[in-house]
Write a new protein. Structure first.
Length: 222
């Protein structure tokens, strides 16, 4: 009798084991993703947005970098709107006496060596400040010169307050050989309330809100 019970128990155990194995074998194995199917997050682009963003800020939660609009290119301007505001005494950063010549005349040249300027030049009576160039372009008042040694562009602020674009056949603002001291880029000189600033775009000179800017590519009176 005990043997019969043992046989029955053994058979029941074998049957249960067989059912469990059959059930496990009917399940599909889990699929393992291949490395090639993994999706990566979009890399940030140089404009401060992710690649999924169109630049409007609507795509994604990334924070846009600050956008600075560049100032208009003054060489493309034909009027005074592009000319920087006039400097004042606080902007002066050179000693005018370092540029002084005889008779309270003050001469300087641009860093490029193309523009020559003077305050109170004895060779240009009636002018407050003026400049002449080796080479430039026609002025915004229509004055055209030949760009030769005897017919070169110039511009001056007269004592009557007018700003005049001229052609000159002599060095009225030159100051003699070997040439006047250089007014470096970023420097501002002031003489009796009138100012000139040296920039990479050109030389700017002012008498109040009147003035001019001149260089190889710019010739503006305003």
């Amino acid at each position: 009798m005990r043997q019969v019970r043992t046989i029955v128990a053994t058979c029941a155990l074998l049957a249960a084991t067989t059912l469990a194995a059959t059930a496990c074998g009917s399940e599909e194995p889990a699929t393992t993703a291949s490395p090639s199917s993994t999706s990566a997050a979009a890399a940030p682009s140089t404009n401060g947005y992710t690649d999924s963003d169109d630049g409007s800020g609507s795509g994604g939660n990334g924070q846009a970098t600050e956008v600075i609009t560049p100032a208009p290119d003054i060489t493309e301007a034909s009027g005074s709107d592009a000319v920087p505001p006039a400097p004042n005494r606080d902007d002066v950063n050179v000693d005018a006496r370092d540029f002084e010549n005889t008779g309270s005349q003050y001469f300087f040249q641009s860093t490029s060596g193309n523009v020559f300027c003077a305050f109170n030049s004895a060779n240009a009576p009636g002018t407050i400040v003026g400049c002449q160039v080796r080479y430039s372009v026609p002025g915004n008042t229509g004055r055209e010169c030949a760009n030769t040694a005897t017919n070169t562009y110039g511009v001056q602020i007269n004592q009557d307050g007018t700003v005049e674009q001229i052609c000159t056949n002599q060095g009225i603002f030159f100051g003699g050989s070997p040439g006047p001291r250089v007014l470096e880029y970023g420097q501002v000189i002031g003489v009796t309330g009138n100012f000139c600033r040296s920039t990479e775009a050109g030389i700017l000179c002012y008498d109040g809100d009147r003035g001019f800017m001149i260089s190889r590519d710019i010739n503006i009176a305003f």
